[in-house]
Design a protein around this ligand. Structure first.
Ligand code: DOR
Length: 456
């Protein structure tokens, strides 16, 4: 088995950082600080670099099958590798939507031949597919669109929701925007083509009412539940009453963009849930820092520029982000707004714990060697023409960030390299990603007791 020694980097976990060596044997992390005795096939000098567990993005839309003109698994997973994302969990609103076990297995089969990073796929709920949801095992959990978004998945009838929460056992996650409120607002603003109205249609109330409704379902049925893409500061009070059942996540666009950015970026930042106010950015950031929100994910949702440039409301909601999300947070580390250990907790350890990913997310002997080496000094400007995502644009085009992934490893194999001063990134030629395994009897985020014990 191949032995790789990553020497002299700063190893970072969710609780601490120290300068040390990391030994990889085959697909696994064999040891942290193994000493000098080992002979290796490859020694990587990581002096000056930080060594992190690979990012796990638990909310992406990679569009295959059916919408490959926007994105596909080959492009998307290159974007992941470049962004330091070594595992992704993909949403079911493809074409067809992933609403049967058969369709789930077809997706897994398709992914096995083209993914540079590790893959998992959610089951989508419909009002009538509880039997399928109960049978599915090779999935992190169940996604419910309680409010509609891209695609036609929607479950907003109370009876159907009660049944899903009552009869299934996999963790549930949901898109929370109240359908009735959104529809009523849309009718009020019919004929308005200024995209800024999107945040008045998908307003604060729509998000808060629906998140409250979903949390109430989870508590009554004692069902583990993860709130996707929290967009308002007011939702945080709901999430804080978690009773060890509820976790939540925030996305970069809800932290770094507000309605004040519509004049500059227009429909590029049209998202569901919508972008909100500056005060929401501040409240959400605070909730991340104090642990009220546990996870950072992207909701990577590519559409072509041509599609985005249609006049509102024909312009679709969604933006691409996997390739820049880690850098956006490393930049925050450099700005002094958070610590790199917190970034590891939010983007690597916490999503692994929420979804009970087997042997992933932590820098630990015996865990999978999914790693990212980052250079906190490296400065790059995000450019549309350099994006690996098939849609070929980024809402952060023109922004210069300090702190970038420079080398990514998946299952003990390098998949991406780009050091400071190099224009062209290198990518592995063959797909290295494998199917993510889930321990459905695992403790979940609140039950996990081994945080910070990296040498066990
Ligand atoms: O803005 C969004 N776009 N939000 C979602 O929930 C779905 C996504 C998409 O798939 O385009």
């Amino acid at each position: 088995m191949k032995r790789t020694l990553i020497r002299g980097g700063t190893l970072v976990t969710g609780t601490r950082s120290w300068v040390g060596d990391l030994l990889v044997i085959g697909r696994q992390i064999a040891a942290l600080d193994p000493g000098l005795a080992t002979s290796c096939d490859e020694v990587v000098d990581a002096t000056g670099l930080h060594v992190l567990p690979g990012v796990i993005d638990d909310q992406v839309h990679f569009r295959q099958p059916g919408l490959e003109h926007k994105e596909d698994l080959t492009h998307a997973t290159r974007a992941c590798a470049k962004g330091g994302v070594t595992s992704f969990l993909e949403m079911p609103n493809t074409k067809p939507a992933t609403v049967t076990v058969d369709l789930l297995h077809q997706k897994l089969e398709m992914a096995s031949s083209c993914c540079l990073v590790n893959y998992g796929f959610y089951m989508g709920a419909t009002p009538h597919n509880v039997a399928e949801l109960k049978q599915a095992r090779r999935t992190p959990g169940i996604k419910i669109f309680i409010g509609s978004s891209t695609g036609d998945l929607l479950v907003d009838q109370q009876e159907a929701l009660e049944r899903i929460f009552a009869e299934t056992t996999l963790p549930i996650t949901a898109h929370c925007e109240d359908e009735a409120i959104v529809r009523a607002n849309a009718a009020r603003f019919a004929g308005v083509h200024d995209v800024a109205v999107h945040s008045q249609i998908r307003d604060h109330e729509a998000a808060i009412v629906c998140t409250r409704r979903a949390i109430s379902l989870a508590k009554r049925h004692k069902h583990r539940f993860h709130v996707l893409h929290v967009s308002t500061a007011a939702e945080i009070a709901e999430i804080q009453q978690h009773e060890k059942l509820i976790t939540a996540e925030v996305c970069p666009h809800h932290l770094f963009f507000s309605v004040d950015d519509y004049p500059r970026l227009g429909s590029l930042i049209q998202m569901n849930p919508s972008i909100k106010f500056r005060s929401d950015n501040v409240g959400l950031w605070q909730a991340l820092l104090d642990g009220s929100i546990q996870v950072v994910a992207t909701d990577h949702a590519p559409h072509t520029l041509e599609e985005k440039q249609q006049p509102y409301p024909a312009s679709p909601s969604g933006l691409p982000a996997v390739e820049n999300s880690l850098a956006l947070f490393l930049n925050q580390v450099n700005l002094g707004r958070c610590r790199i250990e917190q970034v590891v907790r939010w983007m690597c350890e916490a999503p692994a714990a929420v979804w009970n990913l087997k042997d992933k997310g932590f820098l630990r002997p015996g865990y999978d060697a999914d790693l990212v080496l980052v250079d906190l000094q490296s400065q790059r400007t995000i450019r549309n023409e350099e994006q690996q995502t098939k849609c070929g644009w980024s809402p952060w085009h023109g922004d210069t960030l300090t702190g970038w992934p420079v080398q990514t490893m998946v299952g003990g194999q390098w998949v991406f390299r780009q050091r400071q001063g190099q224009d062209k990134p290198w990518f592995a030629a063959s797909p290295m990603g494998t199917e993510i395994e889930f321990d459905h009897d695992g403790p979940g985020y609140w039950g996990r007791t081994d945080w910070g014990q990296e040498n066990i």
